[in-house]
Every structure is written in structure tokens, then in C-alpha cells.
Write a protein that binds this ligand. Structure first.
Ligand SMILES: [Zn+2]
Length: 286
């Protein structure tokens, strides 16, 4: 089943006295007719076992899916070996919390070349991510989906092709396609149904269909400059895009069942529901 939901705490969740923290998030998700939620460990994996268990129980009770976002400071292209070991640790800590939450998916940003040659950085990232896969298998994380994300700034690693290549390394990797990032990096390249098809097809021609069909999706409108991503917007934006409707057509035509996570700036709950409605309309027309 396709799933829609917010990333992080939307403004209307924070402002409503009926909700007090993440244990109440499944109620918020259900009240809006949504299905999933993404918990961010962007600034580090700092959560007690007791809190994580309470969150897991709350999500299980209402049958709401939870995914996690690993820390932003992961960089698998760092030439410093100690930093790579730290990055391994950030992933396994995120996966341990994910397991306690009862979730299945962990998103991560693969890294940046820093001041190095991009080809060298990509080669190092490939080698380190292959080592990560081995480490994950050795330590029994095979049942989880680890999702490298397409990135929005030109100076970050994570083009569509780079993420497809990372996923080819091992079946434990499922792509996280952030269409807002792809559009920002391509300076507004996603407009038509065919534009979105080309992105999905780039994964479809190198990965098994299960991982493409069930990909993880981040979707928001994002402002960009010639350097790529500048900041996340809401669905009220009419300048930068991308629009969700053409992607909805592709999801219906390809019979895809991804998790679609809204990363709008403050309106994640509302915008996830807008995407769900657009998707249902596309489904009804097909
Ligand atoms: Zn991300």
C-alpha cells in the first residue's frame, strides 16, 4: 500500500494542546487520514530506550508506520577513516532506534566531496558504502531498508545516478528519491509526467522492481539558486515547484507503492493530505 505522511512536527501539531510530543504523533497522522511519519535524528541519535519503546508502542497501537532520518553529519566520502567509522556508528544507532520504534526504513545523506575532486569522492563513497553493507549484514540488520537520498545542492553527492549506483551495491539499499531536491539541483527540471518518469526509469533500469516500486519518497517544493537547493517551501508556492500531480500520474501508471513523506516548511501534515488527494484523483481517472 502507498503511504503518505509528514516528516517532523508540523506547526499545527506543535500548536495544538491535544498533542504532547512524538507519542501523540500517530493520533495526529490518523486524524488527517494519513499513514506514516518520519522521525529525524538529523542532529544526532539522542533518545532513551524507554522513550523509543513508548513511541514504538504508540505507533503500533494505531498501525501508523514510522521511518527515521539518520544524522546529517554522515559523510561516506570523507578521506578521514575515523570519520567513516563515526558514520557507520550513526547509521547503526539510527537502525537500533528504528527497530525499537518498530519501523523498517532509515534515510541517510551519503555525503559531500568537501574540497576534493568529485570522481575521487564518489569512488571513496562507493567503497565505504560497500563496507557499510557488509557491516549491516554481519550485524543482523538485513530486514531493514537503508535509503540513500538524492540531494539538492550541486556541491553534495547524491545525483539520481549516484544514488542508483549506491543502491546497486547491495539489496539492503532502497533509493530515497527527494523530488524537490532533484528539481532544485536541476534548476526546475521536473515539470511534465515524462520528466518524473525519467527519474523513476533511471532507477528502474538498474535495480530490481521491488526496490523501485517501494522506493522512499521525500516531496516538497524547494527554492533554488544556481547552486541548487536554497530552502524548503510549502505547497502555497507557485514559483519553484515541483508539482505533485505529474508524479501522481506516474505512480498510478507504474502501480508504485512508495512511502511519500512531506518535508514542507511547517505544513507537512496539510501537504501530505493534499498529495494523498491528488493521488486518489489520479487513481480514479485511470
Ligand atoms: Zn534528507
Amino acid at each position: 500500500m502507498i503511504k503518505f505522511g509528514p516528516s517532523g512536527s508540523p506547526e499545527d501539531f506543535l500548536q495544538d494542546p491535544a498533542y504532547n510530543g512524538t507519542v501523540d504523533m500517530p493520533r495526529y497522522v490518523k486524524a488527517r487520514g494519513l499513514d506514516c511519519f518520519e522521525y529525524s535524528f538529523g542532529k544526532g541519535v539522542r533518545i532513551s530506550e524507554a522513550t523509543a519503546s513508548a513511541i514504538g508502542a504508540a505507533f503500533a497501537a494505531l498501525d501508523v508506520e514510522i521511518s527515521v532520518h539518520a544524522p546529517y553529519f554522515i559523510n561516506f566520502a570523507n578521506p578521514d577513516r575515523a570519520k567513516i567509522e563515526n558514520s557507520f556508528g550513526y547509521i547503526t544507532a539510527s537502525l537500533d532506534a528504528l527497530r525499537t520504534f518498530g519501523g523498517k526504513r532509515c534515510v541517510f545523506h551519503p555525503g559531500s566531496p568537501l574540497k576534493r575532486d568529485r570522481a575521487d569522492a564518489v569512488a571513496d563513497m562507493q567503497r565505504n558504502v560497500a563496507e557499510l553493507a557488509e557491516l549491516l549484514h554481519r550485524n543482523g540488520y538485513d530486514d531493514l531498508r537503508v535509503c540513500p537520498e538524492t540531494m539538492g545542492k550541486l556541491n553534495q553527492l547524491g545525483t539520481v545516478e549516484e544514488i542508483a549506483d549506491l543502491c546497486r551495491i547491495d539489496p539492503i539499499f532502497t533509493p530515497c528519491v527527494d523530488f524537490g531536491h532533484v528539481n532544485a539541483r536541476g534548476l526546475g527540471c521536473l515539470k511534465t509526467v515524462d520528466d518524473f518518469k525519467r527519474v523513476v526509469d533511471a532507477f528502474g533500469c538498474v535495480l530490481d522492481w521491488d526496490r523501485v516500486k517501494n522506493m522512499h519518497v521525500h516531496f516538497s517544493k524547494i527554492q533554488y539558486t544556481e547552486m541548487g537547493e536554497k530552502c524548503h517551501l510549502t505547497f502555497d508556492d507557485e514559483v519553484y515547484g515541483p508539482e505533485f500531480a505529474p508524479l501522481a500520474e506516474v505512480l498510478v501508471e507504474y502501480k508504485m507503492t512508495p512511502y511519500i513523506v512531506s518535508e514542507s516548511a511547517g505544513t507537512q501534515g496539510r501537504d501530505a493530505a493534499i498529495m494523498r488527494d491528488i493521488y486518489r484523483e489520479a487513481l480514479a481517472k485511470a
